[in-house]
Design a protein around this ligand. Structure first.
Ligand code: NAD
Length: 384
């Protein structure tokens, strides 16, 4: 079948198997060129199929030489419908890893569920004995709780509504958006979905089953960003969930101190992923930050960020005063942020190409779904 991109707003409903493979191949090639460092050899990644989680899995395998187990929630191909990008990415990763002699097993299903935790624990027990590192990189719009009820996360503000510029991803036009206020229930639900509860349940389940190694490391990812995005991100409903995630890291480190567990939050850079594309205002900010960081030679994608995290920040236990790892250090540099703040108010549809890296935004967007790689033949028939 010939697979073409079908973009609807901030999502692409098709994915290209060969292109996704190319995306994984390039990320692996980046790590291979940089080389291996000493690190954990048995790594579990929850949310391992796209974005930061996929890059974490690749950095673990090709930065530490680790065996990996990945958990994700992706759709297989059905009839003429392609699989999701994460499904193809996972298949490609397993194949490359096996060719290179690395153990890689993947589970597709609901990471929030008890059943998934049990399956993964059994596999760790039989194949590894214990796991040395757990990366929690799940980004989900909803969660089904143990009693069967489903709760959804929202991307809203807390306290008062917020109006600012955004980019309409259908037309590349600069428009205004008013982000509404989340009510108490929406905030509580967002914390349930994107906060630390499920991360804690994973760690607790692994520890109780006796498959969490002494002195293990666990990490979850967060975002802070510049003041202009604070009302929608850091101080918004998602930010409340991220506060909970941070509190969970402190709680886990304290509670499992006798086993030497270290739980970290890594604050990462804003990048185009399937999750970030859905947040109002953030894609416009991303296009500006890409432009400035590329010009200054500071730009990184998911794999550059994760390789730096795994091989520099984590081995050095380099944290801020609150104990968080700061991979947003380059993004938040004064020289970067002052340029963005200086142009933000004057951005219009007419000048966005000058101030923002719209082409870079879309390049990353299409790449996420396996499209627009110059060395992939999109005219060729592919098995989906
Ligand atoms: P993503 O959408 O690319 O990845 C989400 C992953 O979660 C996928 O592997 C998906 O399959 C998995 N997943 C979703 N629901 C699941 C479920 N029910 N069970 C199992 N797996 C499930 O997102 P991302 O942007 O890489 O986000 C990962 C983390 O990084 C999030 O915590 C996010 O807040 C954080 N982060 C993102 C950015 C950014 O700019 N993208 C910046 C800083 C921090």
């Amino acid at each position: 079948m010939i697979v073409e991109p079908k973009v609807k707003g901030f999502i692409c409903t098709t994915a290209h198997p060969e292109g996704c493979r190319e995306s994984v191949r390039r990320q692996i090639a980046y790590c291979k060129e940089k080389g291996l460092v000493k690190g954990p050899k048995k790594v579990l990644v929850i949310g391992a199929s796209t974005g930061y989680g996929l890059a974490s899995r690749i950095a673990a395998a090709y930065g530490y030489g680790a065996a990996t187990i990945g958990v994700s929630f992706e759709k297989e191909a059905k009839g003429k419908r392609t699989a999701t990008a994460g499904w193809y990415n996972t298949k490609a990763f397993e194949q490359f890893a096996s060719e290179d002699g690395y153990y890689a097993k993947s589970f597709n299903g609901d990471g929030f569920s008890k059943e998934m935790k049990e399956q993964v624990i059994e596999t760790i027990r039989s194949d590894w004995g214990q796991v040395e590192m757990v990366v929690y990189s799940m980004a989900a719009p909803r969660r089904t709780l143990a009693d069967g009820t489903a709760v959804s996360s929202v991307l809203k503000t807390v306290g008062e509504a917020f109006t600012n510029k955004t980019i309409d991803l259908r037309t590349n036009e600069i428009t205004e958006v008013t982000v509404p206020v989340a009510d108490e229930e929406e905030i509580a639900n967002t914390i349930k979905v994107m906060g630390g509860e499920d991360w804690e349940e994973w760690i607790r389940a692994l520890a109780e089953a006796g498959v969490l190694a002494d002195n293990a490391v666990t990490m979850a990812y967060s975002y802070i960003g510049p003041v202009v995005t604070h009302p929608i991100y850091k101080d918004g409903s998602i930010g409340q969930a991220k506060k909970h995630l941070y509190d969970t890291s402190v709680k886990l480190t304290e509670e499992f101190a006798d086993r030497g567990l270290q739980a970290y939050i890594s604050v990462n850079k804003a990048l185009v992923t399937q999750s970030s594309a859905a947040i109002p205002i953030v894609p416009l900010y991303i296009s500006l930050v890409y432009k400035v960081m590329k010009e200054k030679g500071l730009h990184e994608g998911c794999i550059e960020q994760m390789y730096r995290l795994f091989t520099e920040k984590l081995p050095g236990r380099e944290t801020d005063a609150e104990g968080r790892i700061r991979l947003d250090d380059w993004e938040l540099r004064e020289e970067v942020q002052s340029e963005i703040a200086g142009v933000w108010d004057s951005i219009t549809t007419e000048n966005i190409q000058k101030y923002g890296d719209i082409d870079g935004y879309w390049e990353d967007f299409y790449h996420m779904f396996g499209f627009r790689y110059d060395n992939v033949d999109y005219g060729a028939d592919v098995e989906i």
